[in-house]
Design a protein around this ligand. Structure first.
Ligand code: SR1
Ligand code: MG
Length: 423
């Protein structure tokens, strides 16, 4: 396939013919394309994902479609998201080596990325639904977030480089627009594509949509999301964007990458752990989930601790950007000043991440894009009960985020709400 042919979506039937001359793919999986076995495995909301197995290896071919796969061609979406995904992956690999799949080839016109086939990795969300306890995820994800968020910001980059990147990713308008609407606004009014478990949640949903404090807070968070171009975000860092084995963790799918507030990635990620926590009761028929719930709360504590520790380490050792310059602090013998500033920055991330986490929980239950943690609970009353607790929790942490001081406080609240009956 040459970059000059116009875009055409691949299919299981056409992939080998169309990519049979692609040198990068041939080198990875074998030159005889007649031997290739192709499967389409995309289960996300947006793209095609093929696994291509040849005589000497396997690779993944991910291709964007000119519309939202979840909804269909009535919702057009630019192919250029593949460009942003490719550029985000290269930056993430440079800033947090080994944390993303290796890229073998990128074709901008065909909006496709040929990348490493991760095996035996599975999607983290699926592992958590199955009740699997992965020992390394907190450390791996905490390090990934600290490294990518710190090293993509004015704390580390030269102002010129960061501004060039800011300009590059500023064009990811349509994917930001999805987040701006689906995460921050749609859940809080009767938007067309919203859905929720009904009738069980109807009265709680009406209550939340009439909740002025919550709506104002959601809009303040949207304001921060849109106006605080602090660092290159993954932009969609939920448990469906992470692949795991018992020992390995890789972040995938950064097509929503753009310059935004550090707290967004951290908040979205932790929200997905809290949602997994609230959904466990719905999966209990496959075995008691008390240990799994305890594990998830531990993962949340550890992720935040690792993030803080690594971010602090980078602050002390790699603060080469224009913000909080060493010339103002350490070089003047004022190490305490640098630590004071670090506390301010971490405190801001903490306060904002609680807000982002709260509304991420809401949008996965009230909006268009739900998650399998709750969706796979077949008993609708049980599902609604898990969702209602998560909604209550989300509301509390979003609205009270400035008054909450520790992760233990949040986890205690989650445990308390989870044990309530009659919700
Ligand atoms: C229409 S896209 C819906 C959601 O899927 C993606 O994974 C993002 O989370 C987006 O909000
Ligand atoms: Mg995705």
């Amino acid at each position: 396939m040459t970059g000059k042919l116009p875009f055409e979506a691949l299919s299981v039937e056409t992939l080998a013919t169309r990519l049979g001359t692609n040198e990068a793919l041939r080198a990875k999986i074998g030159k005889d394309a007649t031997q290739w076995k192709v499967r389409e495995v995309g289960d996300g909301n947006l793209n095609l994902v093929f696994i291509v197995e040849g005589a000497s290896g396997t690779a993944v071919v991910k291709q964007a479609l000119p519309y939202v796969r979840l909804v269909g061609d009535s919702w057009p979406l630019p192919l250029k998201r593949s460009f942003f995904e490719y550029h985000a992956l290269t930056r993430q690999e440079a800033r947090a080596p080994g944390s993303v799949p290796a890229i073998h080839h990128f074709d901008e016109v065909q909006a496709l990325i040929i990348m490493e086939y991760l095996s035996p990795h599975i999607i983290l969300r699926r592992a958590l639904i199955e009740g699997r306890q992965l020992p390394n995820i907190a450390r791996d994800i905490g390090l990934f977030m600290a490294r990518t968020l710190f090293r993509g910001s004015d704390l580390s980059m030269t102002a010129r480089d960061r501004k060039a990147d800011l300009a590059l990713f500023a064009d990811n308008v349509e994917l930001c627009d999805i987040t701006e609407n689906l995460v921050f606004s749609d859940p809080y009014f009767d938007a067309k594509m919203n859905r929720h478990t009904s009738p069980q949640l109807d009265s709680l949903v009406a209550e939340l949509r009439a909740d002025r404090d919550l709506k104002v807070e959601a809009q303040r968070l949207k304001h921060i999301f849109a106006a605080n171009a602090e660092t290159l975000l993954h932009g969609d860092l939920h448990s469906g964007s992470i692949m795991v084995t018992d020992t390995e963790t890789r972040m995938i799918d950064p097509e929503f990458a753009f310059y935004g507030p550090m707290a967004f990635d951290v908040g979205m990620l932790l929200a997905n752990f809290w949602m997994s926590f609230f959904s466990q009761r719905g999966h209990e028929q496959q075995g008691k989930r008390d240990a799994m719930r305890a594990y998830l709360l531990d993962v949340i504590v550890e992720t935040w601790a690792v993030f803080r520790a690594e971010f602090s380490h980078l602050w002390r050792t790699e603060r080469t950007g224009m913000l909080y310059q060493k010339s103002l602090f350490e070089d003047q013998g004022d190490r305490l000043g640098a630590e004071q500033a670090l506390d301010h920055v971490l405190h801001q991330i903490w306060t904002d991440l609680l807000g982002f986490a709260g509304i991420e929980v809401h949008r996965r239950i009230l909006g268009l894009a739900h998650n399998a943690d709750f969706e796979t609970i077949a008993d609708e009353d049980l599902r609604a009960s898990c969702e209602a607790k998560a909604l209550k929790f989300g509301r509390h942490i979003a609205v009270n985020r400035r008054q909450i001081h520790s992760i233990d406080e949040v986890n205690n609240l989650a445990a308390l709400i989870e044990q309530e009956s009659g919700i």
